[in-house]
Design a protein around this ligand. Structure first.
Ligand code: BES
Ligand code: ZN
Length: 647
């Protein structure tokens, strides 16, 4: 035993040394698989020596213990190494065997130290021999498993059955499956999942549409994907088909609403295919998760996870679906090689999303959507420039030693998208679309870093067109370059004027018009009331944003009396309104804000609201109190982010 211990001691030393000079180190491997050897700062795995090709997972989902009992069976390509390193985070590893199922032999393993801030977890080092290709890890999840949200029935819509789901991106898959958790490696996977009677499990794979008696379900994902896209959800689920290759899963209570909200899904898929090539994943389904889901959507392949805040009732937030669908190309098909290249996933996706929206609903609408985003980008740039990491306004990031979540800002999303919009403007839509189509084709089922993209851009778009486009500035410099594409939207300007008139004290709620009636000399007076339906969600958002950040609460109240912003039901508008209300000291909003915070777990809304509340003492105390009641309703991802804000 002692010799093994020494062996691992040595290994850790070597490992740490490797990690230190990762920037300069270039190792060359003999075989093709290992040719593009990479080092990922957020993974301990030694994928340049041995890597998983196929993963089979046996899972037993136990709601009583809130535990997943699993066996991760790795089929690997071994480049002759005697140690395989996997990523784990707060997993209980029971035993590890080598060899085929039924002929397995136990082997030694060791779990390394946690990193300083407990971000990347621990290396799991397994003793193998240079010919080993089959490694089986027996494990169970723990209370500290961060990927999984276990919901008691009260937190679901139906309130009768429990629910669970996972969130893998960016580096949480390692907290529910021991694996090489780097986007630089792609694997196929299969699973055999046991769940309690009456519940249906679904995964980012080929899925069942109804429950069976045994409660055991088989899954397979035959296209190679990065590990952050492995996902599962289990609940009282029903399925409704929306088109020939698409549909939606949800609790039965919500299925009608989902079907109506997402009725345009088949059209979106067509539009996306017309833009950038055939959809490569067979089926495209959505699943409506409970409110605690920390994101609006997550692009798990074949099965996008969606937060119910998208159910606005009027289809006004479906650009989110366009976004997750677009990831089927940007992100899932062509994947960022490391989290420093995250903009390749999200920037392309926001650009693509906007193109889908344009083709379905026209340029006037897609321009409004993009402008709303641009406003957010400008605010974010100001915030980041004042922060400890002003360099985070560059597209290419350096997140070594930090949480990859730090890179999840509007820079990757919106600066990324505006970079591509600017390219489109300068090179012409047709050329740019052809370029993107060939980019997706060339790198399909591969991983790409920023440098590979830049080179491809130069060779295939800029040089052939004699363009001196400032791509390097966009990627490696802070802020927004001067040549950034600009959008003008008369409709937005119109609501902005309305906001100004309101600010100036005008009664905007009733407009007097004099109408001419046929055959009569006298005009007739008509009063037109300002209705919500006069403007779309994003116009109302622009209206709220145009108001000064400190308004007289009495004036804000008038808006609530006439339009009821505070309980509108549309999450985007409510969030925008609450932020303005908090800044203005409009205390009457508190019951509505509390209700929202108790119900919704989406980080995009929670973070700005809690952050704004944290800015003054009295609000902060109130926020802490609400959080103490609400935190059980949040997924780890949101809970931990908010905890930092409220500290
Ligand atoms: N892939 C992201 C969500 C994500 C990013 C999870 C990084 C974990 C780490 C997803 O596609 C996304 O961007 N969702 C957005 C919606 C989108 C319309 C901007 C969200 O959840 O708000
Ligand atoms: Zn996204």
């Amino acid at each position: 035993m002692k010799s093994i211990y020494l062996y691992f001691q040595l290994l850790i030393t070597v490992f740490i040394l490797n990690a230190c000079d990762s920037e300069t180190k270039k190792s060359v491997s003999p075989t093709e698989v290992f040719a593009d050897s990479v080092f990922d700062n957020h993974s301990y795995s030694n994928i340049n020596k041995i890597r998983t090709k196929h993963l089979h997972i046996d899972l037993d989902v136990n709601f009583e213990n809130k535990t997943v009992y699993g066996i991760a069976r790795h089929e690997m390509i071994n480049n002759g190494t005697d140690t395989a390193i996997f990523d784990i985070k707060a997993l209980d590893i029971q035993k590890i065997t080598l060899g085929k199922k039924g002929q397995e032999k136990e082997t030694d393993f060791m779990i390394g130290q946690w990193d300083k801030d407990s971000i990347i977890g621990q290396p799991l080092m397994v003793k193998i021999d240079p010919k080993t290709t089959l490694i089986n890890i027996y494990y169970k999840t723990t209370e500290k498993t961060e990927a999984i949200d276990w919901l008691m029935p009260e937190l679901t819509t139906g309130k009768k059955h429990p629910f669970m789901y996972t969130q893998g991106e960016a580096i949480l898959t390692r907290s529910w499956i021991p694996l090489q958790d780097s986007p630089a490696n792609r694997i196929t996977y299969s699973a055999s999942v046991k769940v309690p009677e009456g519940l249906l499990p679904v995964m980012s794979a080929e899925n069942p549409i109804e429950t069976n008696e045994k409660g055991i379900y088989e899954f397979k994902m035959e296209q190679p994907i990065p590990s952050y896209l492995i996902a599962i959800a289990v609940g009282n689920l029903t399925y409704k088909k929306l088109g020939s290759n698409c549909g939606v899963y949800s609790e039965p209570e919500l299925i009608g609403q989902c079907a109506s909200e997402f009725i345009d899904l088949p059209k979106m898929i067509k539009a996306a295919e017309n833009l950038y090539g055939k959809y490569q994943w067979g089926q495209y389904d959505l699943i409506m998760l409970p409110y605690s889901f920390p994101f609006g959507g997550m692009e798990n392949p074949r099965l996008t996870f969606v937060n119910p805040t998208v159910l606005a009732g009027d289809r006004s937030l479906v650009s989110l679906i366009a976004h997750e669908l677009a990831h089927s190309w940007s992100g899932n098909l062509v994947t960022n090689r490391s989290w420093d290249d995250f903009w390749l996933n999200e920037g392309f996706t926001v650009y693509f999303e906007n193109r889908i929206m344009e083709s379905l609903y026209g340029k006037e609408i897609s321009d409004i959507l993009a402008l709303i985003e641009y406003q957010e980008l400008q605010a974010e740039i100001i915030d980041i420039s004042k922060s400890d990491h002003p360099e985070d306004t560059k597209l290419k990031l350096k997140l070594s030693g930090r949480n990859p979540d730090d890179g999840m800002t509007d820079i990757a999303y919106i600066k990324g998208a505006f970079f591509l919009k600017t390219l489109e403007r300068d090179l012409g839509r047709q050329r740019f679309d052809n370029f993107l189509r060939s980019y997706f084709k060339t790198y399909a089922f591969k991983t790409v870093n920023t440098e590979t993209f830049l080179e491809y851009l130069k060779v295939n778009l800029l040089e052939p067109n004699d363009s001196d486009f400032n791509a390097e500035e966009w990627i490696y410099k802070e802020g927004i370059p001067k040549n950034c594409y600009t959008i003008r939207s008369p409709r937005m300007e119109n609501v902005q004027k309305l906001a100004k008139r309101f600010e100036a004290g005008e009664n905007i709620f009733e407009e007097v018009k004099w109408i001419k009636i046929k055959g009569k000399k006298k005009r007739k007076k008509q009063i037109i009331r300002l209705e919500r339906s006069k403007y779309i969600t994003q116009e109302w958002q622009a209206f709220i944003r145009e108001l000064p950040s400190k308004m007289d609460p009495a004036l804000l109240k008038r808006l609530d009396v006439h339009l009821n912003f505070k309980d509108w039901g549309n999450s985007e508008i409510m969030c925008e309104w609450y932020l303005l209300g908090i800044k203005s000291g409009y205390k009457e909003l508190r019951p509505s804000i509390e209700k929202f915070l108790m119900k919704v777990g989406r980080r995009k809304y929670l973070m700005p609201i809690y952050s704004e509340l944290a800015k003054n003492k009295e609000d902060l105390n109130w926020a802490r109190n609400v959080f103490s009641k609400a935190k059980e309703n949040y997924h780890f991802v949101s809970r931990s982010s908010i905890q930092t804000v409220l500290k």
